[in-house]
Design a protein around this ligand. Structure first.
Ligand code: CU1
Length: 528
């Protein structure tokens, strides 16, 4: 990383002041530096949220209460969700966007380089608020990551810290999204038309619009919660003329597009990796773009599939059921195109490809259980059970996270100039995909058998699958140490690599040479 980032651009600005050490990272406006900051931040949050998950799984290893009290258990499930969604997955994709989008479209940097710095540096204070809320009177909020009223109206000050953290994280996301949209629409190199952009840039452009559309809705939901808590309003209290169900509608109008915010950039990464290792161009490029846009549009009209048990009219239940099922069509187009890309390709299975193929296989299982959850009459049985927990971990871990792993191994050689250790990467993949399924597949059976989610204790007939699941979870947690070692070894040295690291794939991936980094505004090339 250091070799790349310390290089100087083209001689101009040679006498400009360049801060070093910690000041370099605090004041940087360079998209590569900021991408690196995002990625390290999300990795730290990933391990933080992962430790919480392991405490949860330790408590669930056997029935009864052994390790944590029920209040703290609720705090752990809540914070695990908030930390992983807002701290790990979303910032990781923004880190990828910072590194890759300017290089992919031939822009010298992000459009608003100083705002980019601010977008990142809002994250650590928000993380401190979230993690710090464990240590205030009453502890962190235990209302669940969805922060449903009326429970949130009865919680201690940890809830206020969570609300403030969500506000800050939302502001950061919106600024990041504005930056990505303006960069892509205004700063493409000559000849780089929209329909020539690499798929990762396309998926992020669409994701950025989703972010701008729904982050303010989440901000509204938590602000109404805040005023209900402290300023005498009754948005969500029936006693004052409000309705707690209103909270769910507002939250999920944000929450469902949020699901696609966490998966569309993953689709983008997989769409870059598969053609490289199949040594064929992406099959159905235009249909990939249209499928991504279709998914994004449909994501706005499915939100009440999270609310089938709230007493909606049957007509509304039918609408949300059919609208949700419709999303399977563009998603199916994507899976078809990835497989058609691999069809008769000369494939090799380096670590990025293993994670990409693993993504297709395991994410598709999450898609199928999603379809099961969309069927209103049966969802009424699944609601608030471990089946739902299994479903969304297949989507978010085997989906978003595996794509992030694929992207990390794919681009680390380009970012650092060094090859990662291939054996360690493959070990990481196989341990991850096996332990992931040991941890999460039994949860389907637990849910179908009626085990509720978000409880620290359970009836004894659920014991066997919970034991298996906890063993798998620890396996998955330990497997991530291979990931950490692979990254560290890659940064510290190893075989030299250049932009054409993936032999035989030249021209498919690195459309344009990487522009030279710069370290201050004066160094930045003038963009016309
Ligand atoms: Cu949803």
């Amino acid at each position: 990383m250091s070799t790349l980032a310390h290089e100087h651009g083209h001689g101009h600005g040679a006498h400009a002041h360049h801060p070093s050490g910690i000041m370099r990272w605090i004041t940087t406006t360079n998209h590569k530096d900021i991408g690196t900051l995002y990625l390290w931040f999300s990795l730290i949050m990933f391990f933080t949220g992962g430790v919480m998950a392991l405490v949860i799984r330790t408590e669930l290893f056997q029935p009864g209460l052994q390790w944590v009290n029920p209040e703290f258990f609720n705090q752990l499930t809540t914070m695990h969700g908030l930390v992983m969604v807002f701290g790990a997955i979303m910032p990781a994709f923004v880190g990828f966007a910072n590194w890759q989008i300017p290089m992919m479209i031939g822009a010298p940097d992000m459009a608003f380089a100083r705002m980019n710095n601010w977008s990142f540096w809002l994250l650590p204070p928000a993380a401190i608020l979230l993690i710090g809320s464990f240590f205030v009177p009453g502890g962190a909020t235990g209302a669940g990551w969805t922060l449903y009223a009326p429970l949130t109206l009865q919680m201690g000050m940890g809830m206020d810290l969570a609300i403030f953290a969500v506000h800050i994280l939302g502001a950061s996301s919106i600024m990041g999204a504005i930056n990505i949209i303006v960069t892509i629409l205004n700063m493409r190199a000559p000849g780089m038309t929209l329909m020539k952009m690499p798929l990762f840039a396309w998926t992020w452009l669409i994701t950025a619009y989703l972010l701008i559309a729904v982050m303010p809705v989440l901000a509204g939901a938590v602000t109404m919660t805040l005023t209900d808590r402290h300023f005498g309003t009754s948005f969500f209290t029936a006693a004052g003329g409000g309705d707690p169900i209103l909270y769910q509608h507002v939250f999920w109008f944000f929450g469902h597009p949020e699901v696609y915010i966490m998966i569309l950039p993953a689709f983008g990464i997989v769409s870059q990796v598969i053609p490289t290792f199949a040594r064929k161009p992406l099959f159905g490029y235009a249909s990939m773009v249209y499928a991504t846009a279709s998914i994004a549009i449909l994501s706005f009209i499915v939100w009440a599939h999270h609310m089938f048990t709230t007493g909606m009219p049957a007509t509304a239940q039918l609408f949300f059921m059919y609208a949700t099922m419709l999303i399977a069509v563009p998603t199916g187009v994507k899976v078809f195109n990835w497989i058609a890309t691999m069809w008769k390709g000369s494939m090799t299975f380096e670590t990025p490809m293993l994670f990409a193929v693993g993504f297709i296989f395991v994410f598709t299982m999450g898609g199928f259980t999603g379809l099961m959850c969309a069927i209103t009459p049966v969802d009424i049985q699944y609601q608030e059970t471990y089946f739902v927990v299994a479903h969304f971990h297949y989507v978010l871990v085997a989906g978003s996270l595996f794509a992030l792993f694929a992207g990390t191994y794919y681009w680390l050689p380009k970012w650092t100039g060094n090859m990662y250790p291939e054996g360690l990467g493959k070990l990481h993949f196989w341990c991850s995909i096996i332990s992931f399924n040991i941890a999460f597949f039994p949860m389907h059976f637990l849910g179908l058998a009626g085990m509720p989610r978000r409880i620290p204790d359970y009836a004894t007939q659920f014991t066997d699958f919970n034991v298996v699941s906890t063993i798998g979870a620890f396996g998955f947690g330990l497997s991530q140490l291979f990931f950490l070692f692979a990254i560290l070894r890659c940064i510290r040295g190893g075989e030299r690599a250049d932009g054409r690291v993936w032999e035989g794939a030249e021209g498919l991936e690195w459309h344009l040479p990487s522009p030279a980094p710069y370290h201050s505004w004066e160094d930045a090339p003038v963009v016309k």
